[in-house]
Design a binder for this molecule. Structure first.
Ligand code: PGA
Length: 245
């Protein structure tokens, strides 16, 4: 089975030229660049697909989907409608940096997830505990329940689920990747609420050294890569390993 590789570029790079160069070596990946580069990259055929890092809570005022709870008019946001027109197929929903650094509530994440589905995007839904303490299993269960509240089994089956423990993400001080075994245990907890048949990805300090340990396991359908997706050589290695599993 072909493994899924998602590249989350976060706020990088600084120029369209660099973005194009990176995109060209990302064949086979789902690339989520800063929204400012979506249009430029949509004109390049590199064999990579385009994803967005986030979605506005509502569409433009003229087409506002109030049933999704969106309020028209949110300065600075990029709407699903705009991204559909650029050929975006995927949207990251509920990344921990949005949840914890930008104060995105579970309710907001849930509304964005529903809106992404109405636009027929494939949501890449991020789930993960902040700390691995004695309560982390409860934390995961609550986060999953709140994130997917009100969605039918059919809607949930259209999502990719990225297990990304916050403490393992390279932007967290002292971060280190989870082990495949303990990430599989967490996926087990998540899948008790959702379904074990969904595609689960692992994310958090994935690099060319540790990627095989994750994607060689049948429990993982793929990986979500942040920092390492910005280094052309390193990301090419990851893609090659993923394509040979
Ligand atoms: P990282 O980021 O691979 O740099 O840890 C992953 C993510 O935040 O999605």
């Amino acid at each position: 089975m072909k493994k899924i590789v998602v590249a989350n570029w976060k706020m990088h790079p600084n120029t369209l030229q660099e973005a194009e160069d990176l995109f060209r070596v990302s064949t086979g990946a789902i690339v989520c660049p800063p929204s400012i580069y979506l249009e430029g990259l949509s004109k390049i055929s590199s064999g990579a697909e385009l994803g967005a890092q986030d979605i506005a809570l509502s569409d433009s005022p003229l087409h506002s989907n109030l049933s999704s709870g969106g309020e028209p008019g949110q300065t600075g946001e990029v709407t699903g409608e705009q991204m559909v027109r650029l050929g975006v197929k995927y949207v990251i929903i509920g990344h921990s940096e949005r949840r914890w650094k930008l104060g995105e509530s579970a309710e907001t994440v849930n509304r964005k997830l529903k809106l992404a589905l109405t636009h027929n995007f494939t949501p890449i839904v991020c789930i993960g505990e902040k700390v691995r303490d004695e309560n982390f299993k409860e934390f995961l269960k609550e986060q999953v329940a709140a994130t997917f509240a009100g969605l039918s089994a059919g809607e949930i089956s259209r999502c990719l689920i990225a297990y990304e423990p916050v403490w393992s993400i390279s932007t967290t001080p002292g971060a280190k990747a989870d082990t495949p075994d303990s990430a599989i245990e967490s996926i087990g907890i998540i899948s008790q609420i959702l379904s074990s048949k969904l595609p689960y990805l692992y994310g958090g300090s994935v690099d060319s050294e540790n990627v095989a340990g994750f994607i060689s396991r049948p429990e993982f359908s793929g990986i979500l890569v942040g920092g390492a997706s910005l280094d052309k050589e390193e990301f090419s290695k990851i893609l090659e390993i993923a394509s040979n599993v």
